[in-house]
Design a protein around this ligand. Structure first.
Ligand code: 7TS
Length: 404
């Protein structure tokens, strides 16, 4: 994979920040967009824009074809059985809340258990916390090893026949660990429960096969994988989605509306009330074409190499604390530099044109577990190079000197 050539396809990356060529290392927050995606959205607005599923006119059919075509692409990308199992949402957060609000109260009651981990992003933690509070269920946490990984023996010990839902991220946005979600799914199923996978940090970086994982629900955001903001999706097993009630009511999702009762469209539209995010879906479809053109195995391999190169180089900086496992599968590294506040680290790095994230990364329980108030994080994508890592290392050495 030629990441230097790929970088050329991302117009935003070709600029200077504070007098230095931009090094964008905040991809776990959001990725940049290639020209192919920007052009697809522009083309949509210039030639196809209309509302979907209602216009008899030509633009109406073009928009509907573009929107439903994008759904087919998402289904193929995740290897779903059928496109009707792909519900377009605003992103991971909305997808997870849909499951918690619709599937949750119908299947979870007093004395039941919901199992999660302390490394969840707030959007895969608070919805389950709320569900537990509202239903009288118990929220249980799978213990984590000192480097943040999970042992299957602990999963076996935590999940019981009372466990109705297991919700876990595939890849942690702070620790960079890849969780054994396929094995966890099997344990959940053996106990009569279901698994919900937060795929926000996995979908952009590796090949996903929801059938092979045998997951019940899978959520992701488009904006972390080259697509526009405001679009993502929920995949669900057909029989589960069919048994669920919508949580948003209005136009587009109805079959027949009476004065006192109404009926819903079939999947996936019963969950897509109101005018959907059509241009976003078109952009997501273009992002999938772009990523498939490179190949997800190649993306994963590139990031693995980059992350391990970064771990090696960062380990050479005295006073740098690295969080998470030593060996890396994905390109995401969280750290702290001596007692310099991570916001100060990020500010100095920015003065050298290097963008990293600092803060609690929407993982306050994990920060407490790490005994850190905040951390800095560098996260890579297909357009990052070893030179970018070298610039980060140089920037951190400068930061150390600045505060030293
Ligand atoms: N789950 C994980 C694991 C995430 O990393 C994020 C976003 C979300 C869920 C929520 O995704 P959204 O698109 O619905 O907002 N993570 C981050 C991050 O690490 N920095 O900014 C956003």
């Amino acid at each position: 994979m030629n990441s230097k050539a790929l970088k050329e396809q991302f117009p935003i990356l070709n600029q200077e920040i504070n007098g230095h060529p931009l090094v964008y290392l905040d991809n776990a927050a959001t990725s940049q967009k290639p020209k192919a995606v920007i052009d697809a959205v522009k083309q949509y607005y210039e030639w196809e824009n209309s509302n979907v599923h209602r216009g008899v006119h030509t633009l109406g059919s073009r928009a509907t074809e573009a929107y439903e075509g994008a759904r087919e692409k998402v289904a193929r990308f995740l290897h779903a059985e059928d496109a009707s199992q792909i519900i377009f949402t605003r992103g991971t957060t909305t997808a997870l809340n849909l499951v918690a609000s619709s599937y949750g109260p119908a299947h979870v009651g007093i004395g039941d258990e919901i199992v999660i981990t302390e490394m969840e992003h707030h959007s895969n933690l608070i919805p389950w916390q709320q569900l537990a509070i509202r239903t009288g269920a118990t929220l249980k946490y799978i213990p984590m090893q000192p480097d943040g990984h999970i042992e299957l023996a602990d999963v076996e010990a935590t999940i019981t026949p009372k466990t109705k839902i297991v919700a876990i991220n595939y890849v942690s946005n702070v620790l960079g660990v890849v969780n054994p979600v396929k094995e966890i799914a099997a344990i959940a199923h053996r106990n009569g429960g279901i698994i919900v996978i937060d795929g926000a940090q996995s979908t952009p970086h590796m090949k996903i096969d929801v059938q092979e994982l045998d997951c019940d629900f899978y959520a992701f955001s488009g904006h972390k994988m080259c697509a526009p903001t405001g679009i993502g999706a929920l995949y669900g097993k057909k029989e589960l989605l069919e048994g669920m009630e919508p949580i948003e009511f209005g136009g587009e999702m109805i079959n027949d509306v009476g004065l006192y009762e109404s009926t819903w469209k079939e999947l996936p539209w019963k969950f897509e009330g109101g005018t959907p995010i059509i241009a976003g879906a078109v952009g997501l479809g273009a992002a999938i074409d772009f990523l498939e053109g490179i190949g997800m195995e190649a993306v994963a391999e590139h990031e693995r190499k980059l992350a391990n190169y970064a771990m090696e180089r960062l380990a050479g900086i005295e006073g740098l604390t690295l969080y998470g496992p030593k060996k890396r599968e994905v390109g995401l590294i969280t750290f702290n530099l001596e007692d310099v506040h991570p916001h100060d680290v990020a500010t100095v790095l920015d003065s050298y044109g290097i963008a990293v994230r600092a803060g609690h990364h929407c993982c306050q329980p994990l920060m407490r577990w790490l005994k850190a108030t905040a951390t800095a994080r560098a996260s890579f994508y297909l357009y990052n190079t070893e030179e970018d890592i070298d610039r980060l290392v140089d920037g951190l050495i400068q930061t150390k000197e600045y505060f030293g």
